[in-house]
Design a protein. Structure first.
Lengths: 317, 543
């Protein structure tokens, strides 16, 4: 197991370095200049002074050649120094370490809710294939699938603000045990629930025709035991893979939900950094995002043997 | 029953009830209790449109700048009528040729920690705002005329040699005469902060010196806390404020980025104010009171870059201007206000009303004739017309209205518009001809207004108008700037310069800006001045 994790880390380091080089090059050579933007984005009575701009650029070390800047950044990174934001001057580590837990908690809670809601409903729909209940569950899933987060979020927010007295709608971030997480969680779960539900249903229908299920039933095993022991376990393997991918997507890109519900997560930080061409923040977010992808894949890999003993045998061999 | 009781004599059901009761009590009297405490006294709950990461009062711009007057004192300030008021500086006097100014520091002026504000603090605050690493966006407007300022701005010095701080007074030597220098100091672009806390040994700003209650600021309120990651900032009254006692007990600012959500929150009464809410339907959504306010010396126009085709042909510029019905333009963009249509570059300054000024008419026939007389002969050979600065719903409405007028009147169909220059790709980036942007001034002075907008040395003329230069305009503005503030010729010469500029067909006039209260009707005292600040924040109260 330890060797497996180590192998993953060894592969991750060069690939993330390559990604960061690409991102840095895009930010460096692409359109936009972070120092000029500080002044150009302000209203028109701002004095745009090239001499002052160059003085600020030199102070920030942005007048050096591309590779010198990049390797200087990597060198600092190896010493645990993520640098400071070019636009706000804040420590990038402070910004990222505040935003990442919010996104991670949100992603984790979303997959928990998704798993708790979608897997049982998918099981029921699959085992009652083509019944009214199946149609109802599937129809609801398709309806949820059709509502993107950038529509569901603002609509839900505005609706609740109109309904609840004194605008008592939870807003902002208060941790996973706060009532404030409910609305973003609902909105973020819509599409993953629909996706996992449909996937679970399809897998259940496939597994139902397997010999071992027929045998279990023939032996007189109660239906709920058949469902839990013989159908659920093989169904869960692809579902867990999908949940891992969903978590990555939410952690790195729940931009609209973060914006509408005032959540200080990585998505909002990334967009702001991209708009401002804030290289140090863009690179730090890339690094964190890449790490989360690797960690999430690793977690899924570790879960496989628990769900399917055959996976452990394969890894062992 | 006995079977379900534990050895301690408590049943499982009882234990469950106790746990639920405890949870309810914690919810009601734990965090909830803090909310009740906070409600004692008047609490202004305001919305900020961004998760601002930098709340330094020395930036001279950006969203946080709008709150500067609440927690920072300035040298002087203007009230909503444009009258200058003493603050940290109580007296100001020039020498005979307006090149040396003596400024007196109020003996009562104190920082939030109770220590006196000295002349050295004033000098140091101005120097700190001038340092390039401070990134103050507008310090040029305040100190560019001071001898020795340029060296500090360029990073080659840390001391402004033209300012000498003495005992309770400053002597400021200018590079040349400036009869309205005192007016340039009356704003919160470079507020007065405690230099021993805010400035490091290298002359640069100490990181995050302004966060939390450290007593280094000087306004009626002081920052109690700032959680930059969750977008929450709290101010409480400054017990050592040297002006009138603030009426509010607390100000709580929360970041809400989405304008629709913010509008609904304001409508619900949960919040009472907003830093800056700009939507086309603001009056319809939140009422006229919310958006009301005085007009300030700032106006929005569409500027033509005369160095780029087809704007290098004056006849094309004339055609494009005369083809736009500007009454319709203001209705399309701000149908219910609060901003007002304007015909001129300069607004809301003494001398803005010029009976001799002829507004651009809406004249489709003249527009067609002008285009036909241009080197292009008609719409077919015109290159694509590109707008930039179309970054809000109101901007979009206005730009689309203009484009539609050009299509209907002149037959022009190739028009593009984007929020920022870098969103155009390839050669288009350097071919943009129309820039939507504001011009204005922080002093109620016509000559300064035009010096910053149409004089050839202004950023507006050099950048957006592509190096516009009219010697007659420049000469008149220069003559006006040298005259005393109360000389009627100062405004008259500015008016004449504006009339000459008008005939160069360089812009489509749009609106003069109202500085909205952005506060619900039950909040009083939120009126702002030409510096975009609540000018008497100690008077803000909630009924």
């Amino acid at each position: 197991m330890f060797a497996h994790i180590l192998r993953r880390l060894i592969v991750w380091v060069p690939s993330v370095l390559l990604v960061m080089l690409g991102v840095y090059a895009l930010a460096f050579y692409g359109a936009g200049d972070p120092i000029k933007l500080i002044f150009l984005r302000a209203p028109g009575d701002v004095a745009y002074d090239p001499v002052k701009i160059e003085a600020i650029r030199a102070e920030a070390g942005l007048d050096r050649p591309f590779l010198v800047q990049f390797f200087s950044y990597i060198w600092n990174l190896m010493q645990g120094n993520f640098g400071n934001s070019l636009t706000s001057g804040r420590s990038v580590w402070a910004m990222v370490s505040a935003a990442a837990p919010v996104s991670a908690a949100l992603g984790l809670m979303t997959i928990v809710v998704t798993a708790l809601v979608a897997v049982p409903l998918g099981m029921i729909a699959g085992m009652r294939q083509n019944s009214r209940l199946d149609y109802f569950i599937l129809g609801t899933a398709v309806a949820l699938w059709a509502i993107p987060a950038y529509v569901a979020g603002p609509l839900l927010m505005v609706l609740l603000l109109m309904i609840l007295p004194d605008g008592a709608v939870p807003y902002g971030w208060g941790g996973i045990f706060s009532v404030k997480i409910l609305l973003p969680l609902i909105v973020l779960s819509f599409q993953p629930i629909a996706l996992i539900l449909r996937q679970t249903r399809a897998a259940v229908i496939e597994v139902l025709s397997e010999d071992y299920v027929r045998t279990a039933r023939a032996k007189g095993v109660p239906e709920h035991m058949v469902a839990l022991r013989h159908i659920l376990r093989p169904v869960l393997t692809p579902v867990v893979t999908q949940l891992g991918l969903i978590m990555i997507t939410i952690v790195n890109g729940a931009i609209f939900v973060e914006l509408v519900f005032g959540l200080p997560g990585l998505g909002r930080l990334t967009v702001q950094a991209l708009i401002n061409n804030d290289y140090p923040v863009i690179l730090a977010v890339t690094l964190i995002g890449s790490f989360l992808v690797m960690a999430s894949n690793l977690l899924v890999d570790l879960l496989y043997p628990l769900l399917d003993p055959r996976a452990a045998d394969v890894k062992g061999s | 029953m006995e079977l379900t009781e534990s050895k301690a004599g408590i049943s499982r059901r009882g234990l469950l009830q106790f746990a639920i009761g405890s949870a309810v009590a914690v919810a009601a009297f734990g965090p909830g209790a803090r909310i009740v405490m906070a409600q004692e006294g008047q609490v202004l709950k305001a919305i900020n449109p961004a998760f601002n990461q930098d709340w330094s009062p020395l930036r001279g711009g950006g969203v946080p700048f709008r709150w500067n007057s609440f927690w920072n004192a300035s040298a002087m300030y203007f009230n909503d009528k444009g009258e200058i008021q003493p603050y940290v500086l109580t007296e100001w006097a020039p020498n005979a040729d307006f090149s040396v100014w003596t400024l007196k520091v109020s003996p009562d002026a104190k920082f939030a920690d109770g220590s006196p504000i000295t002349a050295a603090d004033v000098k140091g605050s101005w120097e700190l705002s001038s340092m390039p690493t401070t990134k103050n966006q507008r310090i040029d407007q305040v100190l560019s005329g001071v001898a020795g300022y340029a060296a500090v701005k360029d990073g080659t010095a840390t001391d402004i040699s033209g300012i000498v701080a003495g005992e309770g007074e400053l002597v400021v030597t200018l590079a040349g005469p400036d009869p309205i220098f005192y007016q340039r100091l009356a704003n919160h672009i470079a507020p007065i902060v405690k230099v021993s806390v805010a400035r490091g040994a290298d002359g640069n700003e100490v990181a995050d010196w302004f966060l939390g209650a450290n007593g280094a600021t000087s306004g009626p309120f002081m920052m109690e806390s700032a959680d930059l990651d969750s977008g929450a900032v709290v101010w409480v009254p400054n017990p050592n404020f040297f002006g009138p006692a603030p009426k509010l007990a607390r100000i709580e600012l929360t970041a809400v980025e989405d304008n629709v959500t913010a509008t609904e929150m304001l409508k619900s009464g949960k919040y009472q104010a907003h830093t800056e809410l700009v939507t086309s339907t603001i009056v319809l959504d939140l009422g006229a009171d919310f958006a009301a306010g005085p007009t300030i010396p700032t106006s929005q126009h569409f500027w033509f870059n005369a160095s780029r085709a087809p704007m290098d042909d004056p006849k094309v510029r004339e055609a494009l201007i005369l083809a736009v019905d500007r009454d319709g333009l203001i209705k399309a963009s701000f149908p219910d206000g609060p901003h007002q249509k304007t015909d001129t570059v300069m607004n809301s300054v003494p001398g803005e009303d010029d009976a001799s000024f002829t507004p651009f008419p809406y004249d489709p026939e003249a527009a067609k004739a002008a285009l036909a007389a241009s080197t292009y002969g008609g719409p077919e050979k015109l290159p694509k017309l590109m707008f930039v600065g179309i970054s809000s719903p109101a901007n979009e409405a206005a730009a689309q209205y203009i484009a539609e007028q050009w299509r209907q009147v002149l037959g022009i169909s190739a028009v593009d518009m984007k929020p920022q220059q870098d969103q155009y790709s390839g050669p288009d980036q350097n071919a943009i001809q129309i820039f939507r942007d504001d011009v204005g001034t922080r002093v109620p002075d016509a000559a300064s207004y035009l010096a910053g907008s149409i004089a050839s040395g202004s950023g507006n003329a050099q950048g957006k108008m592509g190096g516009y230069k009219n010697d007659a305009v420049d000469a008149l503005i220069a003559e006006a700037l040298a005259l005393p503030a109360d000389d009627p010729n100062r405004s008259a010469k500015a008016q004449e310069a504006q009339r000459i500029f008008r005939d160069d067909f360089m812009f489509i006039p749009w609106y003069k800006q109202t500085m909205s209260r952005w506060a619900t009707a039950n909040v009083s005292g939120m009126e702002k001045n030409l510096d975009w600040q609540v000018f008497a924040p100690w008077n803000v109260s909630i009924s």
